[in-house]
Ligand binder design. Structure first.
Ligand SMILES: Nc1ncnc2c1ncn2[C@@H]1O[C@H](COP(=O)(O)OP(=O)(O)O)[C@@H](O)[C@H]1O
Ligand SMILES: N[C@@H](CCC(=O)OP(=O)(O)O)C(=O)O
Length: 385
């Protein structure tokens, strides 16, 4: 069988990997590893983003004196990450697949140089048949330096590694169109670009999770807008990963999977399209360039703002490929250097995009409102939301 999905990222949430009492669910972990191994052997490059460090450390260590939340997280993650990666190592070794640990933090995505270093690290791992297992370095990333949760991290990784699909595994079948506890609610199968989901999402989150469904949805949308398929599914369901991949493959080929595929994969239970539940964010038809993807996720590192006028706002939000020219800028806020990230704010004060500055804030202020000057943000380095 010719594989169409050749590179995917899979995020495994804390709750998929932990039992109710907070101990590591090794049976579930082992089942997921078997599935990833099956995909790997079928030629799919898989990048795992795995939570579970804090949760697995919590059950290992019982501090004698009361710790504050930062100390707890540092202690539990230091112990728990070692335990987690050791388990993965052992489980993948049974399939003859080497794994490598990548611990990262938000700051590593701030400069293009660090970003490309990380990308290179994971690319070389994949080229050598190694499965990268990524997690946030919880021991040193605290408070404002933290990712909202690993959903945010998985979005960055998916975008950075140019995957075709990001599969976010949680303890729920997908996004429900009401409270998941309400029996009349149903899983939304497909989400189109621009659909407002805010009324569906409850603020509740699973017991060991950090972000909740809202961050999942926001990240999923952003990544799908970059041309990557995003799927939210239940990691506790048997064979979920393999079934999703088959389903997506057959969707791409616009046909039901053939029986020889079942034989080749040596798997027992193909679940046909209609009974397999998950939420799929439809990807934008035009993939976004690699540098624009980085810029799209760099908003949090912006050093300044370019406020643009009515006319510039209109052309920017049209389908035209335009740069930010000084003539359309009405205000430059903050202090930035060439190559720093800046936010683009429209004439009504709404953030409309992010870009890499082509000059310093001082030079931008000088050129502001003038004709015939070089772009302050070039189109190739501009991401419009
Ligand atoms: N509309 C909704 N559909 C599905 N789940 C929802 C919805 N609104 C809130 N949730 C909650 O989001 C939780 C999953 O998010 P989260 O706790 O972050 O999981 P994870 O640890 O896997 O990242 C679900 O267990 C559910 O309680
Ligand atoms: N880095 C943390 C992940 C915490 C987190 O965000 O979990 P999740 O809600 O599953 O995305 C850990 O390994 O415990």
């Amino acid at each position: 069988m010719e594989q169409q999905l050749t590179r995917i990222a899979v995020k495994i949430g804390s709750n998929v990997l932990t039992r109710r009492d907070g101990t590591l669910d090794v049976t579930r972990m082992s089942a997921l590893v078997d599935q990833v191994a099956e995909l790997h052997k079928a030629g799919v490059e898989v990048i795992l983003v795995s939570s579970g460090a804090v949760a697995s450390g919590r059950s290992e260590i019982h501090p004698t004196k009361k710790l504050d939340s930062v100390d707890q997280r540092q202690l539990f993650s230091a112990v728990g990450q070692a335990k987690l990666i050791n388990r993965y190592y052992e489980l993948f070794r049974e399939h003859g697949i080497p794994v490598g640990q990548v611990l990262t933090m938000k700051e590593n995505f701030a400069t293009r140089r660090h970003y490309l270093n990380q990308k290179n690290c994971m690319t070389v791992m994949l080229e050598n048949g190694v499965i990268p297992i990524v997690n946030e370095n919880d021991t040193i990333s605290v408070s404002e330096l933290m990712f909202t949760d690993n959903d945010e991290l998985s979005g960055l990784i998916a975008s950075m590694m140019d995957v075709q699909a990001l599969i976010i595994l949680s303890n729920i079948d997908g996004i429900y169109n009401g409270s998941p506890a309400d029996p009349s609610s149903e899983v939304i199968r497909e989400i189109e670009h621009g659909k407002d989901l805010s009324s569906y999402i409850q603020t509740s989150k699973s017991s060991f999770g950090r972000g909740g469904m809202l961050t999942k949805t926001n990240i999923a949308r952003k990544v799908a807008d970059e041309g990557i398929t995003v799927i939210i599914a239940n990691g506790k369901r048997d064979n979920i990963l393999v079934n999703i991949l088959r389903n997506e493959e057959s969707r791409m080929k616009d046909e039901e999977p053939s029986s020889d595929m079942t034989a080749q994969h040596n798997s027992s239970s193909f679940v046909p399209h209609s009974s397999l539940k998950y939420t799929r964010f439809i990807p934008a038809p035009q993939p976004v360039s690699s540098v624009k993807k980085w810029i799209a996720h760099s908003e949090g590192f912006a050093k300044g703002e370019l406020h643009i006028n009515d006319c510039a706002t209109q052309v920017l939000t049209s389908d035209k490929a335009v740069s930010i020219l000084p003539i359309g800028i009405i205000d430059v806020r903050g202090e930035f250097e060439k190559d720093d990230i800046v936010r683009i704010i429209d004439f009504e004060g709404n953030p409309v995009g992010v870009g890499k500055a082509n000059c310093s804030s001082e030079q931008a202020r000088e050129a502001m409102g003038k004709h015939g000057k070089k772009p302050v943000v070039h189109y190739d380095y501009l991401y419009i939301e």
